[in-house]
Design a protein around this ligand. Structure first.
Ligand SMILES: N[C@@H](CCC(=O)N[C@@H](CS)C(=O)NCC(=O)O)C(=O)O
Length: 209
């Protein structure tokens, strides 16, 4: 299995963490996104949406979209389960994972993609160039503050994001929190519930992925 990756990028990191948690062996193929390798024909045959990560299975099948890659890995390598062990858990975990992507990951992306010079004319991923919109950067910043509140409130009465064990919902929240921090939107120090949980998830070997 090949994994098309960008060093340090948050979307592929969601999948990298799952690969480590499940102890899966794979081959990394670096994609030079700063030099726009993901917009060239060779890469677009793997993923026409021009985003990283992409998993390429041994039969050549390509799966893009971080959560879809994680979902494939869960089905192909069920242990340890990260998406739940029964139908109720699966529903609850998916609910929290999806909220973490919307309220966390996409909020940071909205802020960053509409702010930094390197992403000028690249307000969205994909083959179409969209202008940055400063008002969206402002909104993204507010959404990240809201995300910190939401996370702290939830973790005040749940050990992990979706219950009493580590799941894909924690992975999306953890990556979003680190993504925000790297974008300069650090978690306020008074968010004690986030700090408690962050120490837990960040002490797992997969956090280094
Ligand atoms: N919806 C995609 C988003 C992936 C994404 O945004 N990847 C970034 C790297 S973290 C990327 O490919 N950026 C290319 C670009 O900015 O054009 C997913 O979940 O996999």
């Amino acid at each position: 299995m090949k994994f098309y990756d960008v060093n340090g990028a948050p979307s592929p990191r969601r999948v990298r963490i799952v690969l480590v948690e499940k102890g899966i062996e794979y081959e990394t193929v670096p994609v030079d996104t700063p030099n726009k390798a993901h917009l060239e024909a060779d890469f677009l045959t793997l993923n026409p949406w021009a985003t990283v990560p992409v998993l390429q299975l041994d039969d050549g099948t390509c799966i893009s979209e971080a959560i879809a890659c994680c979902r494939y890995l869960e089905e192909a390598y069920p242990e340890p389960p990260l998406f739940g062990k029964n139908s109720k858990e699966k529903g609850i975990i998916s609910m929290w994972e999806h909220r973490m992507e919307w309220d966390g990951f996409l909020a940071v992306a909205e802020y960053l993609r509409n702010t930094i010079e390197r992403m000028r004319g690249r307000g969205l991923t994909g083959v179409v160039n969209f202008d940055q919109i400063p008002a969206l950067a402002e909104r993204g910043k507010k959404r990240v503050a809201h995300f910190h509140n939401l996370l702290d409130e939830r973790l005040g009465h749940s050990e992990y994001m979706a219950g009493d064990y580590y799941t894909i919902a924690d992975i999306t929240a953890q990556v979003s929190l680190d993504f925000a921090s790297r974008a300069g939107l650090k978690c306020p120090e008074d968010k004690k519930n986030i700090l408690r949980w962050y120490n837990l998830v960040n002490s797992r070997p997969s956090a280094a992925a």
